[in-house]
Design a protein around this ligand. Sequence first.
Ligand SMILES: *Cc1c(COP(=O)(O)O)cnc(C)c1O
Length: 614
Amino acid sequence: MVDYGIKFWSNDDFIIENGVIKVNYGKKPALIDIVKDVREKGFKGPLLMRFPHLIEKQVNKLFDSFHHSMQTYKYKGNFHAVFPLKVNQMPHFVLPLMNSSVGKSYGLEAGSKSELIIAMAYTNKNAPITVNGFKDKEMIKLGFIAANIGHSITLTIEGLNELETIIQVAKEMGEPHPNIGLRIRLHSTGTGIWAKSGGINSKFGLTSTELLEAISLLEKSNLLHKFTMIHFHIGSQISDISPLKKAIREVGNIYAELRKMGAKNLTAVNIGGGLAVEYTQHEGNNNRNYTLSEFSGDVVFSLKEIAKNKKEKEPDIFIESGRFISANHAVLIAPVLELFSQEYDEKALKLKEKNPPLIAEMFDLYKTISEKNAIEYLHDSLDHMESLLTLFDLGYIDLQDRSNTEVLVHLIIKKVIKLLKHKNHNDIIRIQEQVQERYLLNCSFFQSLPDYWGLGQNFPVMPLDRLNKKPTRSASLWDITCDSDGEIAFDSSKPLYLHDVDVTKEEYFLAFFLVGAYQEVLGMRHNLFTHPTEFSVIIKEKGYEIDRLLEAQTILDVLDDLDYDTKEIERILKQKIEDSLLLDEDRKKEILGQLYIMLSENGYLRTIINGEKE
Ligand SMILES: *Cc1c(COP(=O)(O)O)cnc(C)c1O
């Protein structure tokens, strides 16, 4: 059976059993049952499901792996971690994250004033806060305020001018001061599309010359004792472990050198983020060439070796993994609205009394096609289609003939796929690549999978049920934005096959996995489609509970966010209805009522399935 590569990407978070995909935890609820539950409550359209137990699972994995490596190598430094808020700032992620890490040295990393406010409000007691990115005086003051209310906060300096501002604020505000970190501009670079974060030409960090100057500035201002951490980040989704090892050696040596120069309170190395997530659904297409235990082992071992060789204390290790912690906790559910070729059923065929000979022949092919002649007949019909389309262009056949041609070709393709569905021969695979089914999804890729659009990043996708039936249609996926980039095209090197369903009679849902990192806040409101309706699934002993349900924004709220005067919009529309000469009084009332309902609903599609509203 087709398993959609679940063994590559799911880390046992989800399993396939009895033809459906289930949460691999507790009583193992099926995703399709959870979706039906929520839809019955009236929440239709796309749904974003969060699984808080998976957040906890990732935090534990990270800590267990580093603790294990530290034990293995008898490492004397401690392990700390922070979650970089830019990866997911949503409250229904951040609050469970902080809840599930109580008792661990696990805090938050902020890259802007707004993020720092979140970190100051929600970081657990005694857990660290780190601040990266460009900072003005106000943001630095905010860091001092955090220190004043008892947080263990480290401001990481990206450039010398920031350090000068810190020195100035320290004079103005006095003790207590936040700790100071210095971001190193590495000689070694990261890999992949995110490489701009590391390397000599990177946007961030101090060169060796600037480091020396920073130390002398700190010394002169009596602040050297607050310098506790050096930091680097070589970019997200590190696919190959070797640049990381190189970066660790570089940074480890800088750590030891700075200590020798008198930075005695420098006790921590912050290795940034970059721990990769495996998104692939296909063998041989892996996104990373290492495991978590190899990653933690390499970091711990390299830092231990350097400390030994340079006779310095083994540093505490800080990590800022974002993607690894958050990606797997969220799943996007998209209802399938339409299969493009569905309209080509026999009812659509309107043959005339007398048809052009090629059409008559095609109809004959359709009627007499069998398993034995299927491929040959298919080739013939594709050939006939080409000729018929040329005849149309030349004015020899009419629009009805052209429509019959389209319908016949699709009917023949469907019949061929059905006849040969149990065979795997090359011809049928090649044909499936040529004649894909287009699945229209009730969601926006721009809103919910922006990295697909921006970076060509793939997310594992599969149907929620029918997993004991062989999917027969090669699929391309279309979203409901009116933008032709809102398409996930069929790729024969990473093929996606889906089921042939009649969505006017039965429901069919696709799930996109690993969407919990970066996608939510990066998502854009192209065509004014908003963040989908979201909820958390709390796995309980007896089953599960739906919690923290937040409906997608209504049309009026969306317009309000764009700073439209929504009261004015309502007033104008009401006036236009009242002034209309086309309507009598009763119709006016009725239409006004319908309009008000629409304004108070979200903008995703509601289509008729079994006479029911989507
Ligand atoms: C973005 C970022 C991270 C997170 O990287 P991931 O690849 O998501 O783990 C960590 N640290 C810094 C400084 C960042 O800019």
